[in-house]
Design a protein around this ligand. Structure first.
Ligand SMILES: [Zn+2]
Length: 869
């Protein structure tokens, strides 16, 4: 117990703690400096300073002083460089400058170490996305013409070209008054000149390992590189030009965390009807600049320009700057864009293109009618027609299908059927993600030692899953168990069946129940101090060296008869029995009992006991009253917590700590963790998607009959599918306490995906699909990398697009566990679509309808041509 523990450092450390807590709350702010601290050290300090209220046992205790701040484990050996792949909250903690200064003032940095300071950088492309920049950008610096002799130097993304130039001049000893040009040099020996010096590495999209070349002006005023390059500007359209590229085989430069956008753009670019629509300039006739839901046509125009550049056959790679700019302009309408998720960008892009190209200029008001028992065909047709009255575009033509959802109220059986257009299928992945949990089982029987078990439980499961798994191993019914988290011989938390397993840290060792503290059942009626005391002594007798030394104790035979023997071998009975549950915790034996103001503990008629007893709160740090040894009945509630406070000398003589902590091991605790690697089939995901599901309490449905929210059953069915079928695999799961990514391989066909079994329209269109693109995600949450596989419509080959780099790939390799969004096209309808699509309207816009492929001009002048023609 913390009270009375007045070690000298305590008030000091608690004040440290509250100061730091206040300062830690500050939000990230662009340009601020934060510091990395080894997480192990930081946790030691937290314990010492009493960060967590429940864990106050080490507060101010000099034996738990954390020592000097020591970050050596974060650094490469004999180096001032950070180790690779370090993760926040696993390897290090981040603290703001104010906190760092205080900690250094209190604890000093270990000798020979330097602070690890990092800047807060806005990584946001569409909206602000502040992150501490843990790893810096390493540039290769060189001086023309010795461009192979490079000097490595790290920079923050916020460093400007001025900073880079300063370093360059120092390294290559270029005098201040000499003019220089700065170039980026790509691996294929093409140069781009860098612009204004005020721009930052981030704004210029310079990436690690990029080579920067300084060109120093000759004394006669000429420049060593040929003057023909002087026209080359660091701007769209001219990078890495070449005349001999397969059209469409064009990488997209990473503009700073834009790989998620690039991967989606590659899939869209390689969707043949989309490519044709924009390259044939059909969009000019359909631009809807007045649509308040649209983007004044800018997204569509920027997208068309980009496709033209990608299919011009002139670029190995192209920087999608103008497109990014337009997306950035219009994205604020969108909320929740912090996740750099390619699926979200695709949703935005499809919606943005649709509204920019919506042929409906004035959306009519349409009253929605309830299905009311009418046939599916009728309701579906009505739903689709109504939708098309407001939404009619190339995107609707190609990407929109119709989804039937059926909700049934569990209370009144009201059935609600709706048909909703959808532009992709978001499929759940039926993966049982499991984890092992180690725990100790303590039985009520005082003779039996605790037993250690290891159980495999679903990651997203509840405590009931855990007790049921344990029940299979130990034979005790799950509802006879209580699960508690124990720290420092105290109950930290007692779980309910519904508690989420994710509350149990994967790094902690977990206790179902343990030796000390323990749970004791006592009769609700007729308890007095003596009886309770004897029950506790009996419960602890396995680890009491003697119980006879206590003159108050009955003989051990007597004691045994007092144990409630009706439930031998069981851990715990249900709460509503005629017995009260007492949780007993070990009091702090390090300081003497408080006797002032309390009834005398030892007097003539009441012989001295091993310990006194306090009713306390759950965490055992607040006394709710000392039990009085006065022979009067004690009234106990269903869940009381009691601490036993020992006299040090008595404890020394009688308490066998080793025996108390002793346990046996069940065979399960030795088993190797064998969480099976799974392979899923796409059709399993489709089956789960179309199966009946009961809504959770969080997404309950408002039943119009019952007039309240109910946990309805919900079922999706596919009514009709579009020409281009986009399938999103839900690899990311978010709950309140857990964010997770599933890396399971989902096997999907590259050819001949037959969707017919999932379509309920009795007169369906042909539903065989072939794969044309895959957007991949590698790595974990919050970061990771996106790439794409896509099939070139002209040469029929698969390519792998990794930002600016493009490589040929095989059809077999596109199905990997990184696959995240799949693009399929209908096998037998896609050619018909082009004929079905409306011919471009000639009246409003003088768009040249068929700019032939032979006349592939530079991408940038197309718009001017349009305007002048
Ligand atoms: Zn209802």
């Amino acid at each position: 117990m913390a009270e009375g523990t007045t070690a000298s450092g305590m008030s000091e450390t608690t004040s440290e703690c509250s100061q730091v807590k206040d300062l830690m709350d500050q939000p990230l702010s662009d340009g601020d400096t934060w510091y990395l601290i080894d997480l192990h050290w930081f946790n030691l300090w937290k314990k010492y300073a009493g960060w967590d209220k429940w864990d106050s046992s080490n507060v101010g205790d000099l034996t738990s002083h954390p020592g000097n701040i020591d970050n050596s484990v974060l650094m490469k050996e004999n180096s001032k460089e950070l180790k690779e792949h370090l993760t926040e909250d696993i390897d290090f903690a981040l603290v703001p400058e104010t906190v760092w200064k205080l900690l250094v003032q209190w604890y000093q940095l270990a000798p020979g170490q330097e602070p690890i300071a990092r800047k807060v950088v806005d990584h946001g492309m569409l909206t602000s996305y502040l992150r501490v920049e843990i790893y810096l950008t390493e540039l290769k610096l060189a001086k023309y013409p010795e461009v192979e002799k490079t000097h490595l130097q790290k920079f923050s993304k916020r460093d400007t070209l001025e900073n880079v130039e300063k370093v360059l001049r120092e390294v290559f000893q270029i005098p201040e008054n000499t003019n220089i040009h700065l170039w980026t040099k790509s691996s294929n020996q093409t140069y781009e000149e860098l612009p204004m010096k005020k721009q930052s590495i981030q704004e210029l999209s310079l990436m690690s390992n990029q080579t920067l070349v300084a060109e120093v002006q000759n004394e006669d005023g000429s420049w060593p590189r040929k003057s023909s390059y002087s026209k080359s500007r660091y701007s769209d359209g001219d990078s890495s030009s070449s005349r001999s590229v397969q059209p469409g085989r064009c990488g997209l430069n990473n503009l700073g965390n834009t790989c998620f956008m690039n991967s989606v753009l590659q899939c869209m670019s390689n969707t043949p009807p989309i490519q044709r629509y924009f390259l044939e300039e059909r969009h000019w006739a359909e631009l809807n600049k007045e649509n308040p839901l649209g983007n004044q046509g800018e997204i569509a125009k920027a997208f068309a320009d980009l496709l033209k550049a990608m299919w011009s056959g002139q670029h190995h790679s192209f920087p999608p700057r103008a497109f990014k700019l337009q997306v950035g302009r219009f994205a604020p309408q969108f909320s929740g864009y912090q996740q750099h998720d390619s699926q979200e960008l695709l949703t935005f892009l499809l919606d943005g293109l649709h509204e920019d190209l919506n042929r409906i200029l004035k959306k009519p008001y349409i009253e929605l009618k309830d299905a009311d028992g009418r046939s599916d065909e009728e309701v579906a047709r009505e739903g689709w027609e109504n939708y098309r009255k407001r939404n009619d575009s190339v995107i609707v033509d190609l990407f929109h299908g119709l989804l039937k959802s059926t909700l049934v109220c569990p209370e009144c059986n009201k059935v609600s059927v709706t048909f909703d257009p959808t532009c992709y299928l978001s499929l759940p992945m039926p993966v049982k993600k499991e984890r092992p949990v180690e725990l100790y089982l303590a039985r009520l029987d005082p003779e039996v030692k605790a037993m250690r078990y290891r159980v495999i439980v679903p990651k997203m499961g509840t405590i009931l899953d855990l007790t049921e798994a344990l029940s299979k191993l130990c034979g005790i019914p799950a509802d006879h168990m209580i699960v508690a988290d124990v720290h420092q011989h105290k109950f930290h938390q007692i779980f309910t069946n519904e508690s989420s397993i994710s509350q149990i840290s994967e790094r902690d060792v977990i206790y179902a129940m343990f030796g000390v503290p323990f749970i004791l059942q006592v009769p609700r009626e007729g308890m007095d101090y003596d009886k309770l005391y004897r029950l506790i002594i009996t419960r602890m007798k396995r680890y009491l060296k003697t119980i006879d030394e206590d003159p108050a104790a009955p003989t051990s035979a007597d004691a045994v008869t007092n144990v409630p023997s009706s439930i031998p071998n069981s851990c715990e009975s249900e709460m509503d029995t005629e017995e009260a549950d007492l949780s007993l915790e070990n009091g702090n034996e390090a300081h003497p009992m408080e006797t002032n103001g309390i009834e005398p503990v030892a007097n003539q008629s009441q012989p001295k006991r091993f310990f006194t007893m306090d009713l306390v709160n759950l965490s055992g740090n607040t006394s709710l009253g000392k039990l009085k040894q006065n022979g009067k009945p004690i009234s106990l509630a269903a869940k009381n917590f009691l601490t036993c406070e020992w006299e040090p000398a008595v404890k020394e003589a009688s308490y066998d700590a080793e025996a108390a902590e002793d346990y046996n091991e069940d065979a399960s605790s030795q088993q190797r963790v064998n969480v099976k690697k799974q392979v899923l089939q796409l059709k399993e995901c489709l089956e789960v998607f179309t199966s009946i599901e009961r809504l959770g309490a969080d997404d309950a449905w408002y039943c119009p009959s019952c007039k309240k929210h109910v946990r309805a059953t919900k079922k999706f069915d596919l009514w009709s599918l579009p020409e281009v079928l986009v399938i999103h695999l839900k690899r990311f799961s978010y709950t309140r306490s857990l964010r997770d990514k599933l890396d399971t391989l989902v096997e999907f066909p590259t050819r001949g995906l037959n969707m017919a079994p999932y379509i309920i329209d009795p007169n369906p269109m042909d539903a065989v699909y072939d794969l044309i693109g895959v957007c991949n995600h590698y790595g974990g949450l919050g970061g990771g990398h996106y790439t794409a596989y896509a099939k070139n419509k002209d040469d029929g080959s698969w390519y792998y697009f990794d930002d600016s780099s493009v490589s040929e790939s095989s059809e077999d390799s596109v199905c990997s566990k990184a696959a995240y969004v799949l693009f399929y096209i209908r096998r037998n309808q896609s050619s018909r679509w082009i004929e079905n699509v409306r011919p471009p309207l000639m009246k409003s816009s003088p768009a040249p309808v068929h700019k032939t492929h032979a006349k592939r001009n530079s991408a940038n002048n197309s718009e001017e041509e349009m305007d002048s023609s």
